[in-house]
Write a protein that binds this ligand. Structure first.
Ligand SMILES: [Zn+2]
Length: 317
């Protein structure tokens, strides 16, 4: 999966700011022949390309309608397939025209003319990977995934045909889709249990976002004596306040170290993935530019851009 983030902050749905408890995922397709993400997602982040009509969905009521989804899958300017997350996953979206808005993450696959098998294969696979990722993040299974037309049959969505006017043209259905998500989840679980080695950890001297926090324990936030961008300052504060430790922004105690860990020679540092992180975010955080995520992939031997909470990712220095 090639996951990017661009929140549709001008959309009335985003501004409504309501959250849901995620119980399922609804797959949509746009119903218009335009496979380009820039039609729906904007402004141009350098990868999407310019939408010369300015009619993307980062406006209050796109096309006069109350619509917004959690993500789009389609083409970047260079033709690469990508997923763009447009709302926080637990935000209440406006995609189903029914009660599924209160329970389901909804994403749109950008349709083309519906006859190009190569395009279909790519976006279908991207959608399978997105669903597997969301299932893992929210404790769902493939059984919690429906398309818009299935939602209509269940009485939780408006009367639309997507995606069953398209998938069967290429020998697929929501049943094959669910089966492929299931297979991917099973493969990921196997990988997780095999991968137990924890690499050597070093931490950046100066953070550009987040803080090193000096506390007695991570849970005891009241014991915090300070929060620092600069690691040396945090260590000095911990030295001055016996019983305190330096914690990373996501709660890993890193100083003082009570065993002799060799942390001086690594040419990378570690980021512990938290819920909602994408490779794009992490690359932007540490390397200044999300487009540098291929370096992180290479260093960690990753084959896709899908990452999960709790993973310890090596970040090149
Ligand atoms: Zn739909």
């Amino acid at each position: 999966m090639n996951l990017h983030k661009l929140m549709l902050t001008e959309n009335a749905c985003y501004k409504a700011g309501r959250t849901i408890t995620v119980k399922g995922i609804m797959v949509h397709s746009t119903g218009a022949n335009n496979p380009n993400l820039k039609r729906y997602v904007g402004p141009n982040d350098g990868l999407l390309g310019e939408n010369q009509y300015g009619n993307h969905w980062n406006t209050y009521h796109p096309g006069g309608r109350e619509v917004c989804v959690h993500a789009f899958i389609g083409k970047l300017a260079d033709g690469t397939i990508a997923t763009y997350q447009c709302l926080p996953w637990n935000h209440r979206g406006w995609h189903a025209g029914g009660s599924a808005n209160n329970t389901h993450i909804g994403f749109e696959i950008c349709e083309d003319g519906l006859t190009d098998y190569t395009y279909f294969q790519k976006v279908y696979r991207e959608a399978v990977e997105l669903c597997a990722y969301l299932c893992k993040e929210y404790g769902l299974t493939e059984q919690n995934i429906i398309c818009h037309s299935e939602g209509y049959k269940q009485g939780v969505a408006s009367n639309h045909g997507d995606v069953m006017h398209w998938f069967p043209k290429h020998g697929k259905s929501m049943d094959t889709f669910r089966a492929e998500v299931k297979a991917l989840l099973a493969a990921d679980t196997k990988e997780d249990t095999e991968d137990t080695a924890e690499p050597v950890v070093t931490y950046p001297e100066k953070l550009t976002s987040g803080y090193y926090r000096v506390r007695k324990t991570w849970k005891d936030s009241k014991s915090q004596v300070g929060a620092y961008r600069v690691l040396a300052n945090a260590k000095a504060a911990a030295d001055k306040n016996p019983g305190t430790h330096v914690f990373t922004n996501d709660g890993v105690a890193i100083y003082p170290v009570d065993d002799a860990t060799d942390s001086g020679t690594a040419d990378y540092r570690i980021h512990t993935v938290v819920k909602g992180d994408t490779l794009w975010d992490i690359a932007a955080l540490y390397l200044g530019k999300g487009s540098r995520y291929p370096e992180i992939k290479t260093l960690n031997g990753l084959k896709s851009n899908v990452i999960y909470s709790g993973w310890k990712l090596k970040i090149p220095n």
